[in-house]
Design a binder for this molecule. Structure first.
Ligand code: HEC
Ligand code: HEC
Length: 279
């Protein structure tokens, strides 16, 4: 009985740090699988001494703000993203994590080598699928918000809320191709997107389809979007005018038919009739 207990506790301890890593670090870092939002952590203990790393994990921003040139370079390479402080981070936790990363770096294939980015060639079906996901015709499996709520793209001019994020027509080039774009989509690290997608990540298949769509989009120019936007606006205007006419007619009809008797009714019963009924 005692033996079982001891074995149980020690395995829980051993599980603890990898689990913590999986929950808080995995979507921004690989160990030996290349850069995601943050750098590949393989052999990071050879690049920096342990004390520096422990300090950095406890408060990345303060290290960056202190003017540390190495940290400044890391931020620049990460397109300005500063690593957040992980929940419940302590000095002890940081030491354990650095020890884990060091041990994993020595393995030929770390369990944290990273999420697989598909290498399958893009097909027409993928591109269509990607467009459907972008617009929201196809719902995101984990419940993220459709891209078109905030982004426009060459053939989908956006109005209103759809202008919050940048136009994504050329994003395939901007983020330097399939690998980097796919990795970026696994853990979008912008202030607007991270809160939405951290707990509702895109699935590998969705990323594959979106990458296919963005690759095609990059063959167009953003000015296509403004042409499309004008056409869209004009069409929209024409439809809106039509709708207003119809609505106007219907509304007048309904007002006569329904609203007037209702209004007259409540006027005749007086403003207190509702209160009397509920009390
Ligand atoms: C939102 C993405 C994100 C998360 C989550 C994240 N990091 Fe980072 N990490 C970064 C970025 C970006 C950098 C580069 C420095 C910077 O820009 O702040 C970095 C840098 C580092 C470095 C220094 C790398 C080097 O090459 O010197 C270490 C070590 C590190 N992170 C470990 C961790 C650990 C451990 C966790 C989990 C507790 C974690 N990170 C969680 C984004 C992240
Ligand atoms: C709630 C609004 C919102 C939603 C929904 C959203 N994004 Fe974003 N996205 C943004 C904003 C804002 C930025 C710009 C962030 C910045 O400049 O830091 C951005 C940036 C990006 C970028 C980087 C662009 C660049 O040029 O660096 C990509 C790629 C991207 N979004 C893809 C997507 C995809 C794909 C979806 C749908 C799965 C999506 N976004 C859904 C708001 C959103």
């Amino acid at each position: 009985m005692l033996l079982v207990l001891v074995a149980g506790t020690s395995s829980v301890r051993a599980q603890d740090t990898p689990d913590y890593y999986r929950q808080n670090c995995l979507n921004c870092h690989t160990i030996g699988g290349g850069r995601l939002t943050g750098p590949d952590l393989k052999d990071v203990t050879k690049r920096r001494d342990t004390e520096w790393l422990i300090n950095f994990l406890q408060n990345p921003k303060s290290v960056v703000d202190s003017g540390d040139p190495y940290a400044a370079k890391l931020v620049e390479e990460s397109r300005g993203v500063v690593m957040p402080i992980a929940p419940g981070m302590t000095r002890y936790r940081a030491e354990q994590l650095i020890r884990l990363i060091e041990a994993e770096s020595k393995l030929e294939k770390s369990q944290f080598q990273g999420v697989k980015i598909s290498n399958r060639p893009f097909t027409d079906a993928d591109r269509k699928n990607g467009e459907a996901i972008f617009v929201g015709i196809r719902r995101l499996k984990n419940g993220g918000t459709a891209c078109s709520a905030c982004h426009s793209i060459y053939n989908l001019p956006a109005l209103g809320g759809g202008r919050l994020g940048p136009d994504l027509t050329r994003v395939y080039e901007r983020l330097k191709g399939r690998q980097a774009l796919s990795a970026w989509l696994m853990a979008p690290a912008t202030e607007t997107m991270q809160p939405i997608f951290r707990n509702r990540p895109l699935e590998a298949e969705e990323i594959h389809a979106l990458a296919a769509y963005f690759e095609e989009a990059a063959r167009h120019s953003e000015s296509d979007a403004s042409t499309a936007r004008i056409t869209f606006l004009l069409t929209g205007l024409a439809i809106a005018t039509g709708v207003i006419f119809v609505f106007d007619a219907v509304w007048k009809e309904r007002f006569r038919g329904v609203r007037r008797p209702l209004v007259e009714d409540s006027v005749s019963r007086g403003p207190d009739s509702h209160r009397e009924k509920t009390s």
